[in-house]
Design a protein around this ligand. Structure first.
Ligand code: SF4
Length: 368
């Protein structure tokens, strides 16, 4: 049997944040949440699947939107469907994304009862000015209270932080990060704010009314985060993620190492049997372009700070990394962006500051 991660997309939020282009919205009518969950199906392995190709589930991730916004009974219902479709291991990592305004002691109690063991809290900032500007539905005090609740209830707790946000100073970011690292959390994600088309921030940006920190300031925040998490005993294991050793997110590692996962719900994507697909089961006649998969491999595996092994690339694709990317990789190494040591390929610190540039160069090499 083969391990499988399941991602469940819950597209509801109390309100829309100013920077968000995820598939999420406030419920349009009182029955919408009920209907959404009633319509969620968990497709199991198909009838004729040989025993050795059947799956067991070892990670589940409820993401959004804001999964903590809906009543826990809906989460329990999905877990029941998952358990009916697949065996779930006793030590499965079951994560739920929560936002501070909707996380309560009662909900945590209910999550624990249904087997959820990991909570990922969208803190984003501990500065009320920054939170207000981002249009978050909570203030800093509410965020602190949510983190305290989850940690004291014994959950493996992760927090998300944003840097490079409008009106955010270096001190605002660094003091918030330091405070969170001292709160007993096991994992932290720190993302640079992206300005996405169609968002209120995009409009402000186009009109020149978004007071963003400079690129140098943005990098200063990132470098501070990398140093601060290490000083706190965390392992910086992915471009934007760090964990107390042993608490790396097993579900997200499946994305970053191209392991199989099934996405359930609106806007969820799957990768099974070497194919990417959206919703339901893969089309048996459909195929995924091999260059697309090679690009995905480079894109995801390079995000891990340990990088990847060229042999892993060869065993997945039957062609050598040097043949596909050798020239571009060599010139990126000469430019100080990539570290090539024996069979291993990884970003250097300079590469980590220029991930888009490096990826673009590698992808162009594949297309040439
Ligand atoms: S809470 Fe998250 S998903 Fe919802 S609108 Fe804000 S950023 Fe988007």
């Amino acid at each position: 049997m083969r391990p499988l991660g399941i991602y469940v997309h819950i597209p509801f939020c109390v309100k829309k944040c100013n920077y968000c282009d995820f598939s999420s919205h406030a419920p349009r009518d009182p029955g919408e949440i009920e209907r959404y969950f009633a319509g969620l199906a968990v497709p199991g392995d198909s009838e004729g699947t040989p025993e050795e190709e059947k799956h067991f589930v070892d990670t589940v991730f409820f993401g959004g939107g804001t999964p903590s916004f809906v009543e826990p009974q809906y989460i329990a219902g999905v877990l029941e469907k998952i358990r009916a479709a697949y065996p779930v291991t006793d030590d499965a990592e079951i994560t739920i994304e929560c936002n501070p305004e909707s996380l309560t002691e009662e909900k945590l109690e209910a999550y624990r009862g249904m087997g959820v063991n990991r909570v990922s809290i969208g803190v984003q900032s501990l500065d009320d000015t920054v939170l207000r500007r981002m249009g978050r539905a909570h203030d800093a005090e509410k965020a602190r209270a949510a983190v305290r609740l989850a940690v004291s209830a014994g959950f493996n707790t992760s927090c998300d932080l944003i840097f490079g946000a409008p009106e955010q100073s270096f001190e605002s970011f660094s003091t918030g990060l330091d405070e969170l690292l001292g709160m007993g959390i096991k994992h932290i994600s720190f993302y640079s704010l992206q300005i996405e088309e169609g968002t209120p921030f995009y409009i402000d940006y186009r009109f020149g009314s978004l007071a963003l920190p400079s690129w140098e300031e943005n990098r200063r925040m990132y470098h501070y985060a990398v140093d601060a998490v290490k000083a706190a005993g965390f392992r910086h294991y992915e471009v934007s993620n760090a964990a107390v050793p042993g608490f790396e997110c097993r579900h997200n590692l499946k994305y970053w190492t191209m392991q199989e996962y099934l996405g359930i719900g609106k806007a969820a994507h799957s990768f099974m049997g070497g194919r990417r697909f959206a919703g339901g089961q893969p089309d048996p006649d459909g195929s995924t372009d091999v260059n697309e998969l090679k690009t995905d491999f480079i894109f995801t595996e390079l995000r891990l700070t340990d990088g990847f092994d060229k042999n892993a690339y060869f065993s997945r694709f039957g062609s050598s990394f040097d043949k596909d990317f050798g020239g571009a990789a060599k010139s990126l190494a000469e430019g100080g962006f990539l570290a090539l040591r024996g069979e291993s390929v990884a970003f250097t610190p300079k590469g980590l500051d220029n991930t888009n540039k490096v990826m673009e160069k590698l992808i162009n090499a594949l297309e040439d």
